[in-house]
Design a protein around this ligand. Structure first.
Ligand code: 3PG
Length: 224
């Protein structure tokens, strides 16, 4: 199992600023989709393990030789971590703070971003040795206002808010210093993929990137 050091993965994600969260029904769409995101300026994909085609999708992109950072999303078990990494994923995202998944990833040096939402979850995640966390579901719980309030006591933690974020509300997230990147599916909606509207995906991706280009980025604590 080869892997990218976790801090390199985190730095790349911070550099890209947006993580497209992709649900793919047909693995044949994987490579054109990867190319569409790259063309829009986002060579990164979080492939949600929510469809039977998800692992094949990861394999197809990994084998295509595309220079794209591949992650697996909706990871709920250590078995899924192993399958996703064997397929070519290089980071793991979970909707919640699953101890078994986090501990397994940490033991293997795999970049892992579990979902957190409360001070208790953030505190627990920091205690486990993490400092970059998915914040999910961001919009449904109160968006930027709730995020600001809940992260205030944790100055070392960085977050990837995800859930309900799109071009209409992305900008204020990047005004919060604790925000490292955001995740979202608005540029890769299911219909766009199944109808093979790849140039539209490129356009939405480039527009998303443009909205936040030039905004000040946070730094992370040493050793992360
Ligand atoms: C996820 O799994 O992270 C979310 O489903 C992505 O959220 P969005 O579809 O609201 O962007």
């Amino acid at each position: 199992m080869t892997t990218l050091p976790a801090h390199d993965v985190a730095n790349l994600i911070g550099h890209f600023c947006i993580v497209p969260v992709v649900t793919v029904e047909h693995a044949e769409d994987a490579v054109p989709l990867a190319h569409a995101l790259q063309a829009g300026g986002l060579p990164v994909m979080e492939i949600a393990l929510r469809t039977p085609a998800a692992l094949q999708t990861i394999t197809a992109v990994a084998k295509s030789g595309s220079d794209i950072l591949l992650g697996a999303g909706t990871v709920l078990t250590t078995e899924q971590v192993k399958s996703a990494f064997d397929a070519g994923a290089r980071f793991v995202v979970s909707p919640g703070l699953n101890r078994k998944v986090v501990e397994y990833c940490l033991s293997q040096g795999i970049a892992v971003y579990p979902g957190v939402l409360t001070p208790t979850e953030i505190s627990t995640a920091l205690d486990m040795g993490l400092d970059l966390l998915k914040f999910f579901p961001a919009q449904a719980v109160g968006g930027v206002n709730y995020l600001k309030a809940v992260v205030a006591p944790f100055p070392k933690a960085r977050f990837i808010p995800t859930g309900g974020i799109d071009e209409s509300n992305i900008v204020p997230y990047f005004q919060v210093p604790a925000v490292w990147a955001v995740g979202g599916s608005w540029m890769v909606k299911k219909d766009l993929i199944t109808q093979k509207r790849f140039s539209e995906i490129t356009k939405l991706t480039a527009e998303g990137r443009k909205l936040i280009s030039g905004m000040k980025r946070p730094s992370r604590s040493a050793g992360s």
